[in-house]
Design a protein around this ligand. Structure first.
Ligand code: F6P
Length: 354
């Protein structure tokens, strides 16, 4: 058992539904189960750069936050203390201020930190751990691309939002006999596109893991026409890799706008594009994300109590487990193009443009 009196909590990277569920669970179990003091660190690790911004979190502070999207602590996807960009005397400079972060945490009386974040935040957490900070991780991202956990919280809510959009796009596409494209998030991995595409009954899904060609998409549209289908619903991940024939197009618009323009020219179809964007990151977390976030928050506090620093809580085979943060960073969890989910989609006629 570690000798702990006070812990800090911070949320880093893009927000995800369920962050407040983790914060609430960690605060409640730290106070009720272990009688620790909890300090909320605002805006990721930025909050320890300016320690005066941190404040104590009481049971009252976390009351009523469970159904709320976003994070009561604020977040940032900049602010890496090992590579801190700042302006000094009108000049942009990059500094390693990780030593200040560790010293400031000690000044605040923080014995250990819970870092809730995705790949970027976990890399920072790992480096701070190697530099001597007592830190544990909680995996978060709507993209669900963090290794060493089967699921990150936030993904389920984003998937519901994306599926709802795909459902809604069907009727207008069908009425106007159009090709409808819904672009969803997923910079490096196509989990949201693949699962929202399957759940929403899309006809074509484009993901970063499967190279596509315009020709194959047009063939698919032609096939549908032959079967009397006058409309098509496509789900496209924002991180999809453009084929060689599109490389010369300048990338000024969302990728799906470019794909839509190219299809409309090649297939002579009317195409409409909806880019969902940050809507997927907002809203009240689903019951699944609230429960997973609660389990992760409680487990992170138990991990600190057990002295499991440098580790991250995760979900494996429906159970909460722990892994080294080092095992979770560096390699993203991407869709297996030959995996069961893609095979099932292909078996029901969904095209991947390949
Ligand atoms: O959280 C991951 C993610 O949703 C990516 O899919 C997306 O590219 C990115 O965040 C956008 O983040 P921001 O606009 O906050 O920089």
């Amino acid at each position: 058992m570690a000798n702990i009196n006070c812990i800090g909590i911070c949320t880093g990277g893009g927000d995800a539904p369920g962050l407040n569920a983790v914060i609430r669970a960690a605060v409640k179990s730290a106070i009720l189960k272990y009688k620790w003091k909890v300090i909320g660190i605002p805006d990721g690790f930025d909050g320890i750069i300016w320690p005066e911004r941190s404040r104590e979190l009481t049971l009252k502070d976390v009351s009523g936050i469970l159904p709320r999207g976003g994070t009561i602590l604020g977040t940032t996807n900049r602010g890496n203390p090992f590579h801190y960009e700042t302006v000094e005397n009108g000049q942009e400079v990059v500094r390693d201020i990780s030593g200040d972060v560790i010293a400031n945490a000690a000044k605040l009386g923080i014995d250990a930190v819970i870092s809730i974040g995705g790949d970027g935040s976990m890399k920072i957490a790992q480096d701070l751990f190697l530099k001597g900070m007592n830190i544990v991780g909680v995996p978060k991202t709507i993209d669900n691309d963090l290794s060493a956990t089967e699921v990150t919280f936030g993904f389920d809510t984003a998937l519901h939002t994306a599926t709802d959009a795909v459902d809604k796009i069907h009727t207008t596409g069908q009425s106007h006999h159009r090709v409808m494209i819904v672009e969803v998030m997923g910079r490096d991995a196509g989990w949201i596109a693949l699962e929202a595409g399957i759940a929403g009954g899309a006809h074509i899904i484009l993901i970063p893991e499967i190279p596509f060609s315009l020709e194959k998409i047009c063939e698919c549209l032609e096939q549908r026409k032959k079967h009397g289908k006058r409309f098509t619903v496509m789900v496209v991940a924002e991180g999809v890799k453009l084929p060689a024939e599109m490389k010369q197009m300048s990338r000024t618009a969302a990728v799906s706008n470019m794909i839509g323009d190219a299809i409309s020219l090649m297939a002579r179809k009317e195409v409409r594009v909806s880019v969902l964007g940050h809507i997927q990151r907002g809203g009240s977390p689903s019951p699944y994300d609230r429960i997973l976030g609660t389990r992760f928050g409680v487990a992170a506090v138990d991990l600190i109590a057990a002295g499991g620093f440098g580790k991250m809580v995760c979900l494996q085979q429906e159970s909460i487990r722990t892994v080294s943060i080092a095992d979770a960073v560096g390699k993203l969890k991407v869709v297996d193009p030959k995996g069961e989910l893609v095979s099932a989609a292909r078996a029901i006629g969904i095209g991947f443009g390949d």
